[in-house]
Design a protein around this ligand. Structure first.
Ligand SMILES: NC(=[NH2+])NCCC[C@H]1O[C@@H](n2cnc3c(N)ncnc32)[C@H](O)[C@@H]1O
Length: 420
């Protein structure tokens, strides 16, 4: 949600340099080009700052900017850290915490097991690549439940050393070959028939591991080979989030009999200007039927498509309630290796078994009452961060067309731009 412009603070503005182009989405945003020098006057939120470029003011995304240090002033050389933050990223996967979380997610892990099991006959003598194998669980399922000719288990983090031990420990070293390295750089001895990976992040795309999968598809998958998942969809629904709203906003009304409401603008900034990951929405919180707003075909999707993905939506309010925000989740499908065979689905939405991804909640600045018969229509744009390549901005714009209000078209042109 756009941070409200605050009074210019007295401190003199700081000079920042733009690390990439930015095209403003809302009228109060300031576009700029890579290398531009901006003066930052205030920082109303961590994500959006108030700045001027050549004297023209507007909101700018903080993550696109870097403070100009005295040395850089001289060197005129703005060096970029690793835009993929790989050290931190693969470092986190070198420990057990995340692998334990993923392996403990029965819905996720059993789905991949089901995919292997239901395709075991067709996997006979096939070459498989398990991209980002982690502890190797999918590769071990392949070796245990089917008879592929080989499984190349590719893992960039230091976990690969342990994965080799697990493969040996479970008597699968004849079939499974663990290769440590980034999938984009690994040279496989042969093209594979099946590329399987568990690459999905929050809001489907966060981490952008999907880019690695697409590059591996183009380098390592033979023509006619199978992608697992074969397709993916991001789903959205307008929802109530009363307990979260109460916890973060209503709380300030009467804590211990005192009036703390002057803190509510701060609460809105701090809690409602970025998505809430690992939110668990109840089916009854949905105000309308959900809608798949972005659909990805893993055979045709191109890396360049990931820069900006757009979706439209039109929700019909089925029951009156309070519209606190939007909730997003994803579904992936695994097509059968057999002609006409049934696909396997992993749905991370509120009507399925909860997963470690749970759902993602985007809160409005302030809740809006909606009534049966109203409609909420608009668009969502996932804009990949041009600097930090594992991050994206989610921009939601919508109108509420109310059938009950006296004005036949109460517009609430709202704009929410949130960084994941
Ligand atoms: N579903 C997710 N969001 N993350 C779950 C899979 C992540 C696993 O893939 C590994 N991994 C991620 N990217 C790569 C890559 N390009 N090459 C090799 N391993 C990778 C990473 O080290 C971790 O073990």
């Amino acid at each position: 949600m756009q941070a409200e412009k605050e009074d210019e603070d007295e401190a003199s503005p700081e000079e920042y340099v733009a690390l990439s182009d930015f095209t403003g989405g809302g009228s109060d945003q300031r576009s700029f080009s890579s290398g531009d020098r901006l003066l930052v006057h205030s920082k109303p939120s961590a994500e959006w700052w108030w700045a001027t470029l050549q004297g023209v003011p507007g909101y700018v995304p903080a993550s696109y900017l870097r403070l100009v240090t005295a040395e850089e002033e001289e060197e005129e050389d703005i060096s970029l850290e690793d835009p993929w933050q790989d050290e931190e990223y693969f470092g986190s996967y070198g420990t057990l915490r995340l692998h334990l979380e993923m392996l403990s997610d029965k819905s996720r892990t059993e789905t991949y097991r089901q995919v292997i099991l239901s395709n075991s006959a067709s996997l006979r003598n096939k070459a498989v690549m398990d991209l980002g194998c982690g502890t190797g669980i999918i590769s071990l399922f392949c070796a245990q439940l089917a008879q592929p000719s080989v499984v190349y288990a590719v893992e960039a983090s230091s976990m690969a050393d342990y994965t080799r031990q697990l493969v040996k420990q479970n008597g699968c070293e004849e079939v499974v070959t663990v290769l440590q390295g980034r999938a984009e750089e690994i040279e496989l001895p042969e093209q594979v028939d099946v590329l399987v990976s568990e690459w999905m992040g929050n809001c489907l795309l966060f981490e952008f591991m999907v880019e690695s999968v697409l590059q591996a598809r183009d380098r390592c998958l033979r023509d006619g080979g199978i992608m697992w998942p074969s397709s993916a969809a991001l789903t959205l629904v307008p929802c109530q989030a009363d307990s979260y709203y109460t916890e973060k906003m209503a709380f300030w009304e009467r804590p211990y009999g005192l009036d703390f409401t002057p803190l509510q603008p701060l609460a809105q900034q701090e809690f409602f200007t970025k998505p809430k990951f690992s939110h668990l929405i109840e089916p009854e919180d949905c105000l309308t039927a959900p809608c798949d707003v972005i659909c990805l075909d893993m055979y045709t999707l191109q890396v360049r498509d990931l820069e900006e993905m757009k979706g439209q939506f039109h929700f019909c309010v089925e029951k009156s309630g309070v519209f606190h925000g939007f909730t997003a989740w994803f579904t992936v499908h695994f097509e059968s290796l057999e002609e006409g065979g049934a696909a396997v689905e992993l749905n991370t939405g509120p009507n399925s078994e909860p997963t470690h991804w749970k759902q993602t909640l985007f809160m409005l600045d302030r809740p809006v009452s909606v009534y049966a018969g109203d409609s909420i229509s608009g668009s969502i744009v996932l804009h990949r961060n041009p600097v930090w390549r594992r991050h994206m901005t989610v921009t939601l714009q919508w109108n509420i067309n109310s059938s009950t209000e006296d004005t036949d078209n109460c517009q609430a042109n709202l704009f929410m731009s949130l960084y994941t």
